[in-house]
Write a protein that binds this ligand. Structure first.
Ligand code: FAD
Length: 318
């Protein structure tokens, strides 16, 4: 299903869920149309296509994404942000397809959702910058975000509480990948384990590698959490996460690049950028977080996207 001849030419308003979903569709479609780029781009296109097939051909056929049966688990990390972009893209595509086969004319068709049902479990003490990013993206992507009371209970119990309040929810989307701890044997669609409340886990990002996540995110032109620019690659609790040691700059490396940036092309040609520009849109890191980062170690780090080895992704977490 392709609805736009040239996705890059369309500029939908991003002032509604429908608008931002169409924008995300244009981003992914434009990415899929890229030709003669790097092998990472080619692999990422395959990763997107598989996720899109899972969502459009399996998931949305079994659970109606417009009826509150599906919620999206969101913690502001790069994995769920990239999945959100692909998910919204598919939501827009699903809507357009339902219009195409409907007997009613376009003017009677309204996008069926104003806000995307989303759940955030406020578990460990988090970086203020990540909290700010969650707030920003809540507005950016029109999320109706349920935030659990901070640190009150375990993750399974927090989801039990969420389900008690949202009885329609049957399935929850999770941005987990096979390379995450305990992620190796997971499947795209599966029930929760016995010590969890009973619902369906939807995990359409499992096959993505770290490089795929960075490639689409950096190409998207969407604002990223500022901590990534400070060498973070995986963000956990404020007392247990540091910039990734594999990205530490050696003496005299402050200006040069001793590590290859595999995503220069994506950054310079990001979706919606008017001209070549080598900056990455990131949110501001809070002063309190800068203090925390620099108190223990004032070394300089390459940005998180300079790391593409999945096995080293969590090296900054203890
Ligand atoms: P990340 O890589 O940061 O998270 C991976 C993804 O998990 C995120 O993209 C996001 O979608 C979700 N997520 C993580 N933290 C939060 C949060 N605080 N609030 C909202 N979403 C979050 N484990 C089991 O052993 N058995 C289960 O049945 C089971 N069911 C789960 C159901 C849901 C809805 C979720 C979110 C998790 C479940 N887990 C379960 C735990 C899961 O497998 C991961 O261990 C957990 O998500 C943390 O992953 P991570 O440390 O790799 O963190």
């Amino acid at each position: 299903m392709i609805f736009l001849q040239s996705a890059k030419k369309s500029h939908p308003s991003t002032m509604s869920l429908e608008g931002v979903a169409e924008h995300c569709y244009n981003i992914t479609q434009s990415y899929l149309d890229l030709a003669n780029q790097t092998s990472i781009v080619d692999e990422t296109k395959e990763a997107i296509k598989l996720t899109r097939d899972y969502l459009l051909k399996d998931i949305f056929k079994r659970w109606d994404p417009f009826s509150g049966q599906i919620s999206f688990s969101y913690n502001g990390g790069k994995d769920c942000q990239v999945l959100l972009i692909v998910y919204l893209s598919c939501l827009w595509e699903f809507f357009k397809e339902s219009i195409r086969i409907s007997q009613f004319s376009l003017k009677f068709q309204k996008f069926p959702l104003e806000y995307l049902p989303t759940v955030y479990i406020d578990q460990a003490e988090t970086f203020q910058t990540l909290e700010d990013f969650i707030e920003l993206t809540k507005n950016r992507y029109f999320l109706s975000l349920y935030e659990s009371p901070r640190n009150q209970t375990s993750m399974p119990q927090a989801f039990r509480n969420y389900l008690d309040l949202n009885e329609n929810t049957e399935a929850i989307v999770i941005g987990i990948r096979h390379t995450d701890p305990y992620g190796e044997k997971l499947k795209c669609i599966e029930r929760t384990d016995s010590n969890w409340p009973d619902f369906i886990r939807l995990q359409p990002l499992l096959h993505w590698k770290l490089a795929n996540v960075w490639s689409l995110l950096l190409y998207s032109g969407e604002e990223l959490c500022g901590l990534y620019e400070y060498g973070f690659t995986s963000i956990g609790g404020v007392n247990t996460t540091r910039p990734n040691p594999f990205l530490k700059k050696g003496p005299g490396e402050d200006n040069g690049e001793a590590i290859t940036n595999h995503f220069s092309w994506e950054i310079s040609n990001a979706y919606g950028k008017a001209q070549e520009d080598s900056s990455v849109p990131v949110t501001r890191v809070s002063d309190a977080d800068l203090d925390i980062i620099q108190k223990t170690d004032d070394s300089a780090y390459y940005p998180g996207w300079f790391l593409i080895e999945d096995s080293k992704e969590r090296a900054g977490r203890s």
